[in-house]
Write a protein that binds this ligand. Structure first.
Ligand SMILES: *Cc1c(COP(=O)(O)O)cnc(C)c1O
Length: 465
């Protein structure tokens, strides 16, 4: 009791600290920001004392000042920070999914600093539509008749269902009722769009006859959902896009496929799992196909909708489309990424997501050795450093059963626990995000860029010295 009172009484007064800190910062930070930060520190300490006085000690003026200055500096740093992705997960949703190729970054910055023909038709001088900037390219690449882009794939699915299935029935195989992290569940999205979900088949097997038996006068669509993040193995059977299209034509129903990742390339020749490409699904005759811009495509966050002309034109007219529209930065960078796909070898070299997924294992080994060589002698006696084979993941819910052979720089610190190393690395100026597995800290080099090797190594050395 007594300790609590003494500690509370020893808390400094905001105004007394203010002038001292302002003088230290010599006018570089506005007074109200400084005051706010000081107030925040003192309030937090007061709360901590009230909660558990035994755990607190009274701080000296110097200690308080350090706390204030740290808090002010933190406030002045960007909240969105660049990090080193050493997880080996290429399409890491929490770390921003795809990195953009340099052409796309260039276009982004031009779109930001200059006026553009975003919605202005330069031929006629009249109002244009933003989608027309990428529609033809998407059609060229996918073989579709028409295309539209919206904020993300979740929005794309919502918009299509809202356009064609509001108050009507949509038939989906039970094995495809997926949840894609971040609370995107197909049944919930359907409910929100006002479509009634009709589940058919069993979890592992669905047949054409199951769909056929479920079709009623209320049926609007047959929907396939790509089961991106899980795989049903063993005794399974699925209705192919071709079979679905044939069935739908008999009853004039609309077919839709939510492809999720939506690759434009078959990556199986690089040892990745065979995924249906957008072109294949379009060719099978599915009326409307949706996929993400920032998963296997390797572009900015976007939802791409491709399909038959009359279908896409109805979607374009849906007022919800206006609410889900993409901004000029997305369009600028998406156009740049899509253009690269006209030349596939170039795409594999220039689009970071594709490059990281298809990089030769010998390159990865060399990269790991470069890092190890740089840091090893400096960490001598403080941390063991080894280069070992590891497995990386595609991420983004794509190819869940695919382990990509990679190389890791393995750290075994002597004085830190793995947990505290992981925590400390996360708090560095440029945070290092690695993996703790099998009693070791792994820096998987698949997701480390060549340009990052020097900076990353220096950051690790400086942490230990
Ligand atoms: C990832 C995914 C989505 C959501 O896409 P976002 O672009 O993240 O909105 C929807 N459906 C499937 C099958 C997915 O894999």
């Amino acid at each position: 009791m007594e300790k609590k009172k003494t500690l509370l009484r020893s808390l400094p007064k905001v105004d007394e600290c203010l002038n001292r800190i302002l003088a230290q910062l010599s006018g570089t930070v506005p007074q109200f920001v400084v005051k706010k930060c000081i107030q925040k520190c003192i309030d937090q300490e007061r709360l901590a004392i009230l909660e558990n006085p035994e755990s607190r000690i009274s701080l000296s003026n110097d200690e308080w000042d350090e706390l204030f200055i740290d808090t002010i500096n933190e406030k002045y740093d960007y909240n969105l920070k660049c990090v080193y992705n050493c997880t080996g997960v290429v399409i890491h949703t929490n770390l921003g999914r795809s990195l953009l190729p340099s052409d796309a970054v260039h276009q982004l910055s031009r779109a930001g600093s200059s006026y553009s023909n975003l919605e202005f038709d330069l031929r006629t001088g009249k109002r244009g539509t933003r989608y027309s900037l990428v529609e033809e390219i998407i059609c060229d690449l996918t073989g579709a008749e028409a295309a539209l882009v919206v904020n993300n794939n979740a929005a794309a699915v919502m918009l299509v269902l809202d356009t064609f299935a509001k108050g009507k029935e949509v038939i989906v195989s039970r094995g495809q009722l997926v949840e894609i992290g971040g609370s995107f569940r197909i049944p919930d999205v359907m409910a929100k769009s006002g479509a009634h979900l009709v589940e058919v088949g069993a979890t592992n097997r669905t047949h054409v006859k199951d769909y056929k038996a479920a079709i009623t006068d209320e049926t609007a669509m047959l929907l396939r959902v790509h089961t991106s993040n899980f795989k049903i193995l063993g005794f399974t059977s699925d209705v192919s896009p071709e079979e679905m299209v044939q069935l739908a034509r008999e009853d004039s129903l609309i077919t839709m496929e939510d492809l999720g990742s939506g690759s434009l390339l078959d990556l199986s020749r690089f040892g990745l799992v065979k995924e249906p490409t957008v072109q294949e699904v379009v060719k099978a005759g599915i009326d409307v196909v949706t996929f993400s811009g920032d998963k296997l495509l390797g572009g900015p966050q976007a939802g791409i909708i491709v399909g038959a002309k009359d279908i896409i034109s109805q979607i374009k007219k849906n007022p919800l489309n206006r609410a889900l529209r993409i901004d000029k930065f997305t369009l600028a960078s998406l156009e740049a990424v899509l253009r690269i796909y006209y030349d596939i070898p170039k795409a594999l070299q220039q689009i970071p997501t594709l490059k990281m997924l298809t990089v030769d294992i010998s390159e990865l080994k060399k990269r790991a050795q470069r890092i190890s060589r740089r840091i090893k002698q400096h960490l001598n006696g403080m941390c063991d450093v080894q280069v070992l084979p590891v497995d990386s993941k595609v991420g983004g819910g794509a190819m869940p059963d695919c382990n990509l052979p990679s190389y890791g720089v393995i750290l075994k610190p002597h004085e830190y626990s793995l947990h505290s190393l992981e925590d400390s690395f996360r708090h560095l100026e440029i945070p290092i995000i690695g993996r703790v597995e099998n009693e070791r800290y792994v820096l998987d080099v698949r997701t480390i860029q060549d340009e990052e090797v020097v900076g990353l190594s220096a950051a690790i050395i400086s942490f230990f010295s």
